[in-house]
Unconditional design. Structure first.
Ligand SMILES: NC(=O)CCC(=O)C(=O)O
Length: 269
């Protein structure tokens, strides 16, 4: 069994304060036995197009990313999907980037592939692509500590069934999406998408959101959720700060895949 903690943190206007707070939340979860920890999308800054460039950090230069450094230091003895933060890439392009660490080592870097561009009258308008560039790679990391492969996407990536299918066919037994849905699409689609990705791929599926901040321009939906490979919701938070802890059993993935052998039956059209 893998004790897993999905952290749903409050976000303030101070990046330094957010980093220190999340560092403490990770330490608490580890003290409670967590071996696998997941953080939300943009866990250290407000999710707002106008604020992306000011908060961007370069990964390529040692010491240039306080977020990278905090995540690396916090991953001692555990596996950590470090939510996401805005990365300034080698050509000054900005990416919404998720770094996964294991015991101080960087396991993988996922740059959000599908950017969140929507226009829902009376609901929400958002255009990530006005400032961010899309990543090009799918990301599956091989965790030695957990003895399994984990597929990583960021938020809007969860809407694309073919992306999740690619992660599963690359060996992932768990699909992890740091995310920050909103009050329009959250109630409509968040739980449905988590269950759909889990059921289609017979994989543990986790969507990890920041808590809702009533004063922020972008109201995150919260509702961090974990679903098992049979499509059953293991647990879901409300919109307040909290930690969702549960046990993940990689053998249960094999069991579900053996009981309902979708891979064997799959036909390509
Ligand atoms: N941060 C995001 O990608 C938000 C995605 C979202 O809210 C959606 O409805 O999709």
């Amino acid at each position: 069994m893998i004790k897993t903690a999905l952290i749903q943190n409050n976000i303030t206007a101070s990046k330094a304060e957010n980093l220190s707070h999340v560092k403490d939340m990770i330490s608490d979860a580890v003290r409670q036995g967590a071996r696998f920890v997941v953080l939300p999308e943009c866990f250290q800054q407000e999710y707002a197009v106008k604020k992306f460039a000011d908060n961007a950090e370069e990964l390529s230069k040692p010491g240039m990313s306080p977020t990278f450094d905090m995540l690396q230091a916090s991953s001692k003895g555990i596996t950590l999907v470090g939510g996401s933060f805005i990365e300034r890439g080698p050509d000054s392009q900005l990416f919404n980037t998720s770094c996964t660490f294991e015991d101080g080592q960087l396991l993988g870097v996922h740059r959000k592939v599908h950017l969140f561009d929507v226009d829902i009258p009376g609901g929400i308008r958002f255009k990530e692509s006005s400032v961010l560039a899309p990543g090009k790679e799918a990301t599956v990391v091989n965790s030695e500590l957990l003895g399994m492969k984990i597929g990583v996407g960021v938020c809007f990536d969860v809407r694309f069934a073919n992306y999740a299918e690619h992660l599963r066919s690359s060996g992932a037994k768990a699909l992890v999406y740091p995310g920050a849905f909103n009050l329009t699409t959250g109630p409509a689609h968040w739980t449905l998408l988590a269950r759909a990705r889990a059921l289609d791929n017979q994989a543990y599926t986790m969507l990890c959101s920041p808590a809702r901040s009533p004063t922020a321009a972008y109201q995150a939906y919260g509702h961090t959720i974990a679903v098992d490979p049979y499509g059953v919701v293991i647990g879901e938070l409300d919109d307040k700060e909290g930690v969702l802890m549960f046990d993940m059993d990689p053998a249960y993935v094999d069991k579900v895949r053996a009981m309902i052998p979708l891979e064997e039956k799959r036909r390509v059209w």
